[in-house]
Design a protein. Structure first.
Length: 222
């Protein structure tokens, strides 16, 4: 993927660690204390999940794409909201297996296709009515090319998270990721709007989240 083509293995490990944490959160394996701490110190995780489906709107009988699907938390919710089919793509085989088990437990495996690999090197055949891209742009070296490839195959709304720049949190995060041989990127609102416009999106609605992660949640439309 354009996600640092020269270091796919380190990104897979990094994305895998994130997805593992998300798996514990989604399946209720966090202790009550840790769950309360997560809601107190990382409310952005909950807010961007809620915002994603609020902004995507009615998913009934729609076909969707989840880029960086991880353990399938967003896929499961899209299916609960009566999406006709969801394609999930992720570079980590372990995460795809977790997602598969989650969807099998829901009894909806016939409505999901899993694609191993990095987007946009690996592009599932469209068209799609909606797309979800959460926790991925952190690792994208060429965001315009990434979003342009997404625009070509999505006819409807796209929910994307962008990590924001912060004088304190951003340098610390970059230092920690550098220790894992992984590069991360951060954005401001003008840059996000420029990326969306260059990629061919006509509507770019940006919401700044509060919390330790301080992501931007962005809804893009053709």
């Amino acid at each position: 993927m354009t996600q640092r083509e020269t270091q796919p293995s380190s990104q897979t490990a990094s994305l895998g660690r994130f997805a593992g944490a998300a798996e514990a959160f989604a399946d209720g394996r966090l202790s009550p204390t840790m769950h309360c701490a997560d809601r107190r110190f990382r409310p952005d995780n909950f807010e961007r999940f809620a915002l994603t489906f609020e902004r995507l709107g009615d998913l009934t009988d729609k076909r969707g794409l989840d880029v960086g699907c991880g353990s399938g938390h967003y896929i499961a919710e899209a299916l609960r909201r009566r999406a006709r089919q969801v394609v999930g793509i992720d570079p980590a085989p372990g995460m795809l297996e977790l997602a598969r088990r989650r969807i099998e437990a829901l009894g909806h495996i016939d409505r999901v296709e899993f694609v191993p690999g990095f987007f946009p090197q690996q592009v599932p055949p469209g068209p799609f009515d909606f797309a979800i891209v959460i926790g991925v742009l952190d690792y994208i070296a060429e965001p315009v090319a990434f979003m342009t490839a997404l625009r070509r195959i999505v006819n409807g709304r796209v929910a994307v998270s962008f990590p924001s720049k912060h004088w304190f949190h951003t340098p610390i995060r970059r230092w920690r990721c550098r220790l894992r041989n992984c590069t991360v990127y951060a954005y401001d609102e003008p840059t996000i709007r420029s990326i969306g416009a260059e990629a061919g999106f006509g509507s770019i609605d940006v919401v700044k989240l509060d919390g330790a992660g301080m992501d931007f949640h962005v809804c893009l439309k053709p």
